[in-house]
Design a protein around this ligand. Sequence first.
Ligand SMILES: Cc1cc2nc3c(=O)[nH]c(=O)nc-3n(C[C@H](O)[C@H](O)[C@H](O)COP(=O)(O)OP(=O)(O)OC[C@H]3O[C@@H](n4cnc5c(N)ncnc54)[C@H](O)[C@@H]3O)c2cc1C
Length: 418
Amino acid sequence: MRYEAPDSLEGAVALLAGAQGEARVLAGGTDLLVQMRADVLDPDLIVDIKKIKETRAVTEEKGGWRIGAAVTGAELKEHARLKKAWPGVVEAANLIGSTQVQGRATLGGNLCNGSPAADSVPALIAAGAVATLVGPKGKRDLPVEDVMLGPRKLALGKGEIVASFLLPPRAARSSDAYLRFIPRTEMDIAVVGAGVSLTVDGAGLVTVPDMPVPDPMSAVMKNPEVAEAKRLVNACESDFRKLVQGALVTGARYGELASLRASDFNPDSHTVHVRTSKSGKGRHIVLNDEGVALFKSLVAGKPSDALLLPKRDGSSWAAAHQIRPMADASKHAKINPPISFHGLRHTYASLAIMNGVPLMVVAKNLGHSDTRMVEKHYGHLAQNFITDAIRKGAPTFGIEPETDVVSIDEQRTKGTAS
Ligand SMILES: Cc1cc2nc3c(=O)[nH]c(=O)nc-3n(C[C@H](O)[C@H](O)[C@H](O)COP(=O)(O)OP(=O)(O)OC[C@H]3O[C@@H](n4cnc5c(N)ncnc54)[C@H](O)[C@@H]3O)c2cc1C
């Protein structure tokens, strides 16, 4: 058996992806080593991920918390601010085994062991946690409930590992908890575990975010055609539906749409003003009639500084808040593989180009300074469009080409070939 301890995610992924025979990630080892001792597993390669800094850090990220997959339960318990924000997640991790086990056991290992009795998993699902996976095809985010497909069955591809978890930002007056039923009082495996995360509003009413029913998701991102896009829009909750429609008619990014204000729409020039693009510069996105109609309905009755596309409670869409409703809408619209929010930008660009909009115009609306990106991703669509259009529509005159050259086949038919 070979043991490796790379210090980068790329190194770990390369080792796992290139492995001959069975390869296993080692985090705390509290499941893996027990299973190896019991001869349940006999891996040819073990890749220890504890030297990789991304898997060992707890950091604040856009108002939420990112927890490395190889952070132990004991380390989570000592993190006062995380514990204050997500007491249920920390509590669940610290119900795992004994003090000694908690000093080794990790959230990534608890999830990837694939046990239906894993204590931290219901708490992570209730929290709306998203797992960040890294593999040979790059990085992708998956809601935690979609990582475990069934007992010992994971949605991870060959060479793919869970690098970290992202817990979303918390509204005021929010908290979470985890409880389990075990036959003994300590050190037992849960018969049933229950996690909850809720917010109490100003009037004392409790709101619990909708939890999606688990469904396997695929890594493949897809551009839905027009019919799929319509189904997707219809499958969205009302506030999220407007955001998705906004993306489809502008090609704008999630963050750009989330920060639009009523005064950013100009009904005279038929444009929406994105004040700060990814490049740092602003841009005016030109709308077609459908886009103008949508934005007219969005500004109706709103003061000029009001958010154009707010959440139901009036707040703006924060980082990662689109992942779950997008996964739900794809599922209800039966779009498989599901699409990400960024996929809507691809949909806008590819359909515009297939409809004959010049690359430069699409690039400008998307906020690119030149056509390089658009050409790289969609140039072939423009080429197909030109080829199809020419083949269908270029004039024909019925004139045969004049030539003295006779093909060998023709000579054979006439019996003149030597
Ligand atoms: C005495 C004892 C008591 C226990 N009590 C409990 C309990 O009360 N509740 C409970 O839920 N569990 C319990 N467990 C099980 C175990 O401790 C937990 O599941 C723990 O969270 C596993 O984490 P780990 O870091 O040790 O995983 P490891 O053993 O290192 O890995 C577990 C599995 O996940 C894979 N893996 C690990 N990390 C990753 C990653 N980042 N990406 C992809 N794959 C990965 C490994 O290849 C392996 O197959 C107990 C175990 C023992 C020995």
